[in-house]
Design a protein around this ligand. Structure first.
Ligand SMILES: [Zn+2]
Length: 115
């Protein structure tokens, strides 16, 4: 399962950022999921919950936001959105485009309880 290894990566990043001794104070982990990243947020949530169960991170909840897939067109200079993840400009159909957002899974923020 693709989401299981991603959830493991997220948990590993949280450990790295927060440090083992502060893991118990993590209350929320905010994730941004690109619309074209191929990640199913429900599956990622399920995998995350399974991994943190009975661990020092068990009090944490994951909150995910879907980020639209946007490309910038070098031909007409416009940014356009297509959540199918096509490398095409929706304005002029040029394929001379670069990804602006929406292809990545990003660990956005980690919230800690006040000490
Ligand atoms: Zn264009």
């Amino acid at each position: 399962m693709h989401e299981m290894s991603l959830a493991q990566d997220i948990v590993a990043s949280v450990r790295e950022h927060v440090g083992t001794e502060r893991l118990r104070s993590v209350t929320k982990v905010r994730i941004e999921i690109g619309a074209a990243s191929g990640v199913v947020s429900e599956s990622l949530q399920f995998a995350f919950d399974a991994i943190i169960q009975n661990s020092s991170l068990s009090a944490a909840t994951m909150e995910s936001t879907i980020i639209p897939f946007v490309v910038h067109c070098y031909h007409c200079g416009k940014d356009s959105q297509n959540d199918g993840g096509y490398m095409l400009c929706s304005e002029c159909d040029s394929s001379d485009v670069a990804i602006v957002s929406g292809a990545e899974l990003i660990l956005k923020q980690i919230e800690l309880k006040e000490m």
